[in-house]
Design a protein. Sequence first.
Length: 237
Amino acid sequence: MQSRSLALVGILALAVAGGVGFALADTGAQAASTNSTVSVSADATVERAPDRATVTVAAVGRGETAEAARNNLTGDAEAITSALDDAGANVTSSRFQIRPEYERTETGSEQVGYVAIHTVEAETGNVSSVGTLVDTAVDAGADRVDGIRYSLSEETRQSAREEALTTAMDRARSDAEVVAGAEGRTVGSAVSIQTSDSGRYVVYAETAAAGDAGGRTSIEPGTVTVDAAVSVTYELD
């Protein structure tokens, strides 16, 4: 009779400790906690105006031979680089390539000559000057804008990430309190936290449109988003 009573006590103890959404905390070598836990996940998104911009332009030349394509470049990369430097940008790369150029025919494709491309990439912290940089490069001989992308400096991105993490943690605790309250419990300390982040750290300008002020280029950037997510396990009181 005594062993039957002990068995019933064990069953009741498990019934009290168990519950939907809860798990007994395991502390390893220490005695298992008598408190249950609840695990929740939450995320948050923060938007920031970009404070860095990169402009990529190119001078292009075509010809029947590789030499002719090189000689037919619309502009000198040194002149484009110098003009961008004078405009306050930091030229980060300059790439040159010559490749065969093909034209599609009824029977497949046929080489029609060569194309030479000299690409120059420049960065600036003055995002409002991007349109001016495009015009400066074109005036210096570039005839193609290959891309304009906006991003965040490391300092700005880190600040946005910290704000997103703080908001995500607030949401996680709020969700945990709702779940715990439904079981007549209260939320205690966090016993484990996992974080992850993503976000569009770079945005691309879709078009470079001529503005009304003297036909110069005007470009409006979008916002850059920074996301953060947390998975938190709280002890329940």
